[in-house]
Design a protein around this ligand. Structure first.
Ligand SMILES: [Zn+2]
Length: 323
């Protein structure tokens, strides 16, 4: 395995640049979001079928490609990339190293959105954002319709939900990238996770993308030596206090069909463990009972819309390149 980056011979009293992990990771799962990627500078750029979104998709694919290439060069035999933004059809597989398996669209299964982790032994999260109700760039948790989401008194970030959903498979979250606030939340919640931040005060057209992607790829490779993180499984019970952004009517529409206690735009969800909490939040945010009952069809339809949206992105990018 080629986990050592440092080409210099080591001397006895010098620290190695990267220590060899006791058990090298053989299959890295990459979860890719767009808000903390190098091409997303606004809410519009994260929104389906907008012009800035098309450019952001391209930049996101290039970010992922830089990481994937570096992981293969470092000796990782297998990399799976799962698109995790909105429709889950943002990544352009033709722009990403062909050795990686790119998974778009959402799947049913024990790991929400993903189905199963397919034998991955560590997860890296790229392009992420901070928790709802905090100061990060486009901060939200699961959906921007939640203005705030506090669990047992502190904001809940997606990094916790995603990492916890993979914990039953013994998969640790070893690397994370996003805005500085998102990174500091990740480090605080998941002890030992390594992070690389992106400066969101610089607009995507002024950001030195190549340089930053180089740093991102190098940081991801360094995280291959990270064997200090345990699978993340916080102990319950959990009490989630949620504020719905668009007020009581919107909160009623989301919460009442599931009989979640509600007062005005504030919703309460209680859960004995983190998996139940995640499932109940998914129901609140995405799945009214009628949709949940017809989920196989709903998912097929949703994935088809996403696939068509990505065709639109390709068409936009071709038109741009001809200008
Ligand atoms: Zn996203």
């Amino acid at each position: 395995m080629l986990y050592l980056l440092d080409p210099e011979p080591r001397t006895l009293n010098a620290e190695p640049f990267i220590a060899m992990p006791s058990r090298p990771y053989r299959h890295i799962l990459v979860l890719a979001d767009i808000e903390g990627s190098s091409g997303c500078g606004s809410y519009r750029a994260s929104s389906f079928l907008t012009h800035p979104w098309a450019s952001a998709c391209m930049a996101m694919a290039k970010d992922v490609d830089a990481v994937v290439r570096a992981l293969f060069t470092a000796g990782v035999p297998e990399v799976t990339v799962k698109d995790f933004h909105r429709t889950a059809y943002n990544l352009l597989p033709e722009r990403i190293d062909g050795r990686a398996r790119i998974v778009c669209g959402y799947r049913r299964g024990p790991v929400p959105g993903l189905g199963t982790p397919g034998g991955a032994d560590a997860v890296m999260m790229l392009g992420m954002h901070a928790a709802a109700g905090t100061n990060g760039f486009l901060a939200h948790t699961l959906t921007s319709r939640l203005a705030a989401l506090e669990v047992n008194g502190r904001p809940l970030a997606e990094v916790e939900l995603f990492a916890a959903s993979l914990a039953p498979y013994g998969i640790p979250a070893i690397f994370f990238s996003g805005c500085p606030e998102a990174c500091s939340q990740a480090r605080e919640r998941i002890p030992g996770i390594q992070t690389l931040s992106i400066d969101k005060s610089v607009s995507p057209d002024r950001l030195k993308k190549r340089h930053w992607r180089g740093q991102l790829a190098q940081a991801a490779v360094q995280a291959l030596a990270n064997d200090t993180v345990s699978p993340y499984l916080p102990e319950g019970p959990f009490r989630a206090e949620i504020t719905v952004r668009d007020g009581p009517a919107a909160a009623s529409k989301m919460a009442d069909p599931w009989d979640y206690p509600r007062s005005g735009s504030r919703v309460l969800i209680e859960a004995p463990d983190i998996h139940a909490l995640y499932n109940r939040l998914i129901r609140l945010c995405y799945l009214p009972p009628k949709v949940e009952k017809t989920l196989p069809f709903g998912l097929m339809f949703y994935n088809a819309i996403g696939w068509l949206g990505r065709q639109w992105v390709r068409w936009q990018l071709r038109a741009l390149s001809r200008r």
